[in-house]
Design a protein around this ligand. Structure first.
Ligand code: ATP
Length: 306
């Protein structure tokens, strides 16, 4: 039997704002976040496979090191749930070509899960709405719905309830990557430790930030970037403070730890500044590599069918 398949392209994200509420009795934090999808992509192939193959996965690409190729991979979890929910054939082959940094606070695993959901919807002509796919995605991980949605969106609840937001213009980013990731749960635990004894209010979206996005004003956006997890990420990885200083000294419009880190995202004025900052960061000796990207880009989408 010849296999049929599709390739979905899925973006990384940066959090322009990440407001973290108090620790709930369920062990989770209520968050309010503003996501932007940026032009760093994983390509996710899903294809039919021979009978009794089950779900198999192969991981390749620049950032494939350390990515599990068993049932703990979020892409496999997404396939398992889609097969169960929609009674799909259970023999599926998944191929991930990774470019998104792993454990970098850029939702790499969530992107792959989103690619599988959108890919299987297309491959088996399920005709699911974006809302339905986001609902499935939210069962896999909090960032999966945004990876499906793309663009710019506000996330509430645990960050998984997505409302697309208006924005103008395009934004240039320089991303300072660390050689070693930070585990999201340990960053939240450190955040709780640092906040012990403080009274924490309910997280709300920044009106300044939304206004900057609506106006397409990169300078104002740079000033409005905020992340409540940044002190915790910097406490666990003090070198991140140095990285932030280097970027701001070299004229970035704003700099922020992306999500739970350790990637640091700098917003810059234009391509030329992006190039200058890339050189400055590369020669600073405080980071392992630098990549450039722009936003906002579309969420998970099919780029090829075969
Ligand atoms: P987030 O920004 O959503 O908190 P992250 O970008 O910090 O996530 P991921 O790249 O999603 O982190 O990876 C976190 C961990 O998840 C990895 O260390 C890896 O063990 C595991 N993982 C499971 N599936 C994948 C996948 N498809 N790609 C990358 N990592 C995966």
């Amino acid at each position: 039997m010849r296999s049929r398949g599709v390739i979905a392209r899925v973006p990384a994200k940066v959090n322009l704002q990440l407001a973290v509420g108090p620790l709930g009795t369920d062990g989770f934090h209520e968050v309010t976040t503003v996501f932007q999808a940026i032009s760093l992509f994983d390509d996710v192939t899903v294809e039919t496979a021979a009978e009794n193959n089950g779900i198999s996965i192969q991981v390749t690409g620049q950032t494939s090191t350390g990515v599990p190729s068993d049932s703990s991979n979020l892409a496999v979890k997404a396939a398992t749930l889609m097969i169960k929910n929609y009674d799909l054939p259970s023999d599926i082959n998944i191929k991930l070509k990774k470019e998104i940094p792993v454990a970098g606070g850029m939702a790499g695993g969530s992107a792959d899960a989103a690619g599988v959901i959108v890919g299987l919807d297309s491959l088996f002509e399920l005709g699911l709405s974006r809302d339905e796919m986001e609902m499935v995605g939210s069962k896999i991980g909090t960032d999966v719905p945004f990876s499906i949605c793309g663009g710019v969106a506000i996330g509430t609840g645990r960050g998984d309830q997505i409302t697309p937001a208006l924005f103008k213009g395009s934004y240039n980013w320089v991303l300072a990557l660390s050689g070693q990731g930070l585990a999201t749960p340990s960053v939240y635990a450190e955040c709780d430790r640092l906040r012990e004894g403080l009274s924490i209010s309910t997280p709300v979206v920044s009106e300044h930030l939304m206004q900057a996005l609506r106006a397409g004003d990169a300078k104002a956006l740079g000033k409005s970037l905020s992340n409540d997890l940044q002190p915790a990420a910097c406490s666990l990885r003090p070198a991140l403070r140095l990285v932030l200083d280097v970027g701001l000294d070299y004229g970035a419009l704003g700099g922020i730890v992306s999500g739970s880190g350790p990637t640091v995202a700098f917003l810059v004025k234009d391509e030329e500044h992006a190039m200058d900052l890339t050189v400055a960061l590369s020669s600073s000796g405080v980071i392992s590599s630098v990549v450039r990207a722009s936003g906002a880009v579309a969420g998970a989408r099919i780029i090829e069918s075969f």
